[in-house]
Design a protein around this ligand. Structure first.
Ligand SMILES: Nc1ncnc2c1ncn2[C@@H]1O[C@H](COP(=O)(O)OP(=O)(O)OP(=O)(O)O)[C@@H](O)[C@H]1O
Ligand SMILES: [Mg+2]
Length: 338
């Protein structure tokens, strides 16, 4: 019997899991609701629905923060529960390939490896792969070629800017910045300028529906928040212009980091990047007209893709199933950490 294969991208906001047996990608919130300190009450989307709404007895947590594992034990228990319930096919003896951010320590990488290798799932093998490499393969690019590729993956807590050539990372920068910081900026801006306290989910809806990389978005949205002065809940209509003002500094800081990496890129690779354009992926790359802003600032064409959140996991699938890409994944089994 052929072993089942799982491709796993444990993001700060969403966990994306590919199961070969069902040939499906499961995309759920990477959230756990705990009771009595460490008893799992709910997980995934169900736990996220409780976020900002739960009584004190239920603690809603995010086990991955800034792209690295913050709560090993609960994340391991949740993944086991999640896979047993949702994933089709044989779990025991399966092969796992897990995406890891670049620029994290070997100890942090080993935690991603041990999450599966030392679990009750008793996997046949566990391989790791750098996220930007998986991103590039997920975009359908041939990373083995001696051609420079620039990928900007803007997630929830991290933004990874990378230059890839010949299957390896030439340059990379991991910024501890993403959609969550953008949400926080909207909350702060609305509070300071409109005396209105809104929740993170409302800020996220404002970002998704009114956010824009360039000014001039005309749409409006009615939100409910708490009036700082009266202390009472009120409704207020906010415009795209307000959201643009709130997030423009955040977006400019990503632009500056892209420019810094471009400045450090060797000229022959820069030539390839100018020719093929910069690729943007990750959920936050969906901010309206973000590609337009990046193109204006860098003077380089920007490529977007469908379902950018799932680009990494799509790449993992190809890496394990295509011999041409298998060398891009690595094991940490025999790695001794000092
Ligand atoms: N239409 C949209 N417009 C703007 N932002 C969006 C949109 N859809 C999702 N997002 C944002 O994308 C982020 C989630 O993206 P993604 O799943 O790539 O992150 P992640 O992989 O969990 O995080 P990380 O890679 O930083 O660990 C969230 O911050 C979410 O608010
Ligand atoms: Mg991600």
């Amino acid at each position: 019997m052929i072993n089942n294969v799982y491709g796993i991208d444990l993001g700060t906001c969403n966990m994306k899991i590919y199961c070969k047996a069902s040939n499906k990608i499961l995309n759920e919130k990477n959230t756990i609701a705990l009771v009595n300190k460490d008893e799992i009450y709910a997980y995934g989307d169900a736990a996220y629905a409780m976020y900002e709404k739960a009584p004190e007895s239920i603690n809603v947590t995010f086990p991955v923060t800034s792209g690295v594992i913050a709560d090993f034990n609960n994340l391991q228990s949740m993944l086991q529960l999640f896979l047993e319930t949702h994933a089709k096919g044989k779990l025991k003896g399966a092969e796992f390939i897990v995406a890891v951010p670049t620029s994290i320590t070997d100890v942090e990488k080993k935690a991603f490896f041990d999450m599966f290798y030392k679990s009750k799932l008793k996997p046949k093998s566990v391989l790791l792969c750098e996220k930007p490499i998986a991103d590039a393969v997920g975009l359908g690019l041939d990373v083995n070629e001696p051609t420079g590729i620039m990928i900007v993956d803007i997630g929830a807590d991290t933004t990874e800017i990378s230059v890839i050539s010949l299957g390896g990372l030439v340059l990379s920068d991991l910024l501890h910045f993403g959609g969550n910081k953008i949400d926080e900026s909207i909350i702060t801006y609305v509070k300071r300028n409109y005396n209105l306290v809104i929740g993170q989910k409302t800020a996220q809806s404002l970002k998704e529906q009114l956010g824009s990389g360039v000014p001039g978005r005309q749409d409006t949205m009615v939100v409910v928040g708490r009036d700082v002065v009266s202390g009472l809940p009120i409704e207020m209509e906010l415009s795209g212009e307000v959201v643009y003002e709130a997030i423009k500094d955040n977006l400019n800081s990503i632009c500056n980091s892209i420019k810094m990496i471009l400045e450090k890129t060797p000229p022959e690779l820069a030539k390839d990047i100018i020719h093929s354009g910069i690729y943007i992926t990750g959920g936050s790359s969906q901010i309206h007209d973000l590609d337009q802003l990046f193109a204006q600032i860098t003077g380089i064409n920007i490529n977007t893709c469908e379902e950018p959140e799932e680009c990494v996991v799509r790449g993992l699938v190809k890496i394990v199933s295509d011999n041409k890409y298998k060398h891009l994944a690595f094991s940490m089994k025999s790695k001794i950490l000092i």
